[in-house]
Design a protein around this ligand. Structure first.
Ligand code: GDP
Ligand code: MG
Length: 395
């Protein structure tokens, strides 16, 4: 099989603006091609959807008409504000985004917050979906279009394509396929040691499966760099969390890769790019119900030690983004609690030291800190974690 260019696309935007509807219209018809995977229960639990886009003359489709252009895997970000940090962490592994804006409601707090999160991660590949055009008049649609233009002005994505869509009525869905084929594919790093970001983990066995038919623990996520192949010995960190006499400790897991899956295809080797699943030799009991979400995996003995402290260079926004009313971001204080997201890890930390933009934090949940990685910074404001800026791991 010839390798198709691959793209990871996040679907973001305010709640109820139509993200999930759009995703099912874009990809939905071909769930049957994933039947093997559905049986194994991976796709559903992953919350990812993937598709191959074909081009036949000027017709872009997912019906296998014409020549295959691109393999796209989508990550549906939760619209709920309390899950914002999760969305942010997802942003670490996406190349591009569909920003869904309802033409009837316009730019809302989470539209702004998600957009700024993408900007902070340097993701400029954005297609703006002006959804629900069936609900507005032509004048309202134009007015809304102008507002979106104003909103992105001066940002990394000020020239982002805006496509008027009705996800519900399937209007302009093919236009989105065409635009997806135009997005630049980022260059992947295939030569470094592998870094696999664990987004989900499961036990895929049905109750009552006999021992000899039992599948090993499965990890779902994205290979950020390097290569992985069947038979590789891997380590997973921080790994298993163990509570001993009220002390939380972590135990690195080491195991072997039994099978690799990309979409519904079983593959021998994976290159960095889209989401994959790894079946391991681990006891599925250890991987069930997302117990390993947020971990990193690499070849044995290649990951740094986990750390309970983090040094970051911070870059705060002027304004809090996720609130409806205008609110300035107040300076950081020592001893305040922040929520941090790095790769697929979310942790809470206390600010111990501030010098200029540099912060030292002690963490409640340890992380595998990789120098240069991005960190989303959220602060608890009136009971909600709100994105207030981003940072870079110093050491
Ligand atoms: P999400 O929260 O962003 O994932 O939004 P959903 O996809 O769950 O959609 C929220 C509601 O908007 C649902 O009732 C959808 O049926 C409706 N909806 C989505 N797209 C459209 C559209 O293009 N037109 C109309 N009229 N309704 C839509
Ligand atoms: Mg949804």
């Amino acid at each position: 099989m010839k390798e198709l260019p691959e793209l990871n696309v996040g679907v973001v935007g305010h709640i109820d603006h139509g993200k999930t509807t759009l995703l099912s219209q874009l990809t939905g018809k071909f769930t049957d091609t994933h039947s093997e995977e559905l049986k194994r229960g991976i796709t559903i639990k992953l919350g990812y959807a993937d598709m191959t886009i074909y081009k036949d003359g000027s017709d872009y489709n997912i019906k296998k008409k014409g020549i295959a252009q691109r393999y796209v895997s989508f990550i549906d970000a939760p619209g709920h504000e309390m899950l914002m940090a999760t969305m942010l962490s997802g942003a670490a592994i996406i190349d591009a985004a569909l920003l869904v804006v309802s033409a009837s409601e316009g730019i809302k707090p989470q539209t702004r917050e998600h957009f700024m999160a993408l900007q902070a991660k340097g993701i400029k590949n954005i297609i703006i979906i002006q959804n629900k055009i069936d609900l507005v008049s032509k004048e309202q649609a134009l007015e809304n279009y102008k507002k979106i233009k104003e909103f992105v002005k001066g940002s990394l994505s000020e020239d982002a394509t805006i496509i008027p869509v009705s996800a519900q009525q399937k209007i302009n869905i093919d236009k989105i396929l065409e635009e997806l084929c135009k997005l630049e594919i980022p260059k992947r790093d295939e030569t470094s040691e592998p870094i696999f970001l664990v987004a989900r983990s499961f036990d895929i066995n049905k109750p009552g499966t006999t021992i000899e038919k039992l599948k090993g623990g499965v990890l779902g996520g994205i290979l950020k760099k390097g290569k992985l192949k069947v038979g590789d010995e891997i380590e997973i960190k921080p790994g298993l969390s163990i509570k001993k006499a009220n002390q939380q400790t972590y135990e690195t897991l080491t195991t072997k890769i039994l099978t690799l899956h990309k979409g519904s295809d079983s593959v021998k080797e994976v290159l960095p790019g889209v989401s994959i699943s790894i079946e391991t030799e681990l006891d599925p009991f250890l991987t069930k119900t997302d117990s390993l979400t947020g971990c990193l995996a690499s070849l044995k003995n290649k990951l740094p030690e986990i750390s309970h402290n983090l040094k970051i260079k911070s870059n705060l926004f002027k304004e809090v983004l996720g609130t409806a009313e205008h609110q300035e971001v107040e300076p950081l204080k020592t001893k305040e609690m922040l929520m941090l997201s790095a790769n697929t890890t979310i942790t809470v930390g206390t600010v111990e030291k501030i010098s200029g933009d540099n912060l030292e934090l002690s963490l409640n949940i340890p992380v595998v800190a990789l120098k240069g990685d991005n960190v989303g910074i959220a602060r608890n404001i009136n009971g909600h974690w709100r994105l207030i800026g981003f940072g870079e791991i110093l050491e």
